[in-house]
Design a protein around this ligand. Structure first.
Ligand SMILES: [Zn+2]
Length: 291
């Protein structure tokens, strides 16, 4: 009995995740239209080296084993947190070893699970300045093109570390570079790192959403929309130039086929898709046919 008590104490944070309260406000299901499709269950899958996918059919969550702790990227919806941690365990890791949780954007479909994940693992959440604002508020920014859709999610009340474009996060044998990729939100960040198998290394890019989607009535051609259009342009330029052997996109269906895209030019194609959508959208606004 004493041994058991000690074991529970030692892994207290992980156990808290295994036995959530009956109604846990941080994992309370958000009733969103596409939740079932987004959270289609997937087993953990090793992508290359020590990089894994531990997310879902319609929302990507990555796990990097750095030897000196784990890094998670994105956290899907609030109700997804227990399944993410179950996948981390199924891949053979201890969720208590997650040191950082990196954020691609302050929207509920990628950051909804952060509050529960950070609480249950003790990890520090990492985001851009604008991203961190949204995560601490658990709400859309006032300038978000989707603001009129509304919707809030559990705010991150634990430690959030702010990083800038080009900052490098070092943990164990891994260096992860932050790339500002504004447009979909002004705080969007993409992340890149080298995954190695012996002497062969491949650069993996976890790209934030580059979808020019907005609530009805929003205009990218308005004064408020201008920073977003120039943000997209900056992001396309980055994606065109970035070394990108394997692309993981926040919404896997935006990256081509399957869970990752490891074809040459995957990031360029990702940017090109968004470029086309934005051009179409701007043309519709100019023609007065945009919703
Ligand atoms: Zn979004």
């Amino acid at each position: 009995m004493k041994m058991l008590a000690l074991a529970l104490w030692m892994t207290g944070t992980a156990n808290a995740a295994a036995a959530p309260a009956a109604d846990d406000p941080l994992t309370r299901p958000m009733a969103v239209e596409r939740a079932k499709e987004w959270l289609a269950p997937q087993p953990p899958e090793r992508i290359f080296g020590k990089t894994w996918l531990v997310g879902f059919g319609g929302l990507s969550v990555a796990l990097i084993d750095t030897v000196d702790g784990l890094v998670l990227i994105d956290g899907a919806l609030p109700q997804a947190a227990p399944a993410i941690l179950a996948n981390v365990r199924a891949a053979g890791f201890d969720p208590g070893d997650i040191k950082y949780i990196l954020s691609t954007e302050p929207h509920y479909d990628h950051a909804g699970g952060f509050a529960a994940l950070a609480r249950d693992t003790g990890a520090t959440v990492v985001a851009s300045a604008r991203g961190a604002e949204g995560l601490r508020a658990g709400a859309l920014a006032k300038d978000d093109p989707q603001l009129a859709y509304g919707g809030t999610w559990p705010a991150v009340t634990t430690r959030v570390r702010v990083v800038k474009d080009g900052d490098v996060l070092k943990l164990g044998d891994t260096e992860i570079t932050a790339h500002a990729t504004p447009g979909h939100t002004m705080g969007s960040m993409s992340w890149s790192w080298n995954a190695c198998e012996g002497k062969i290394c491949r650069q993996i890019v976890f790209a934030s959403s580059l979808n020019p989607v907005s609530a009805d009535g929003y205009r990218y051609t308005s004064a408020a929309g201008k920073p977003f259009v120039s943000g997209f342009a900056k992001s396309y330029k980055l994606m065109d130039a970035l070394k990108c052997d394997v692309l993981i996109s926040a919404h896997p269906d935006n990256a081509g086929e399957g869970r990752v895209n490891d074809k040459p030019g995957a990031c360029r194609a990702y940017a090109e898709r968004s470029r086309g959508l934005l051009a179409k959208r701007l043309a519709a606004e100019k023609a007065g046919t945009a919703k």
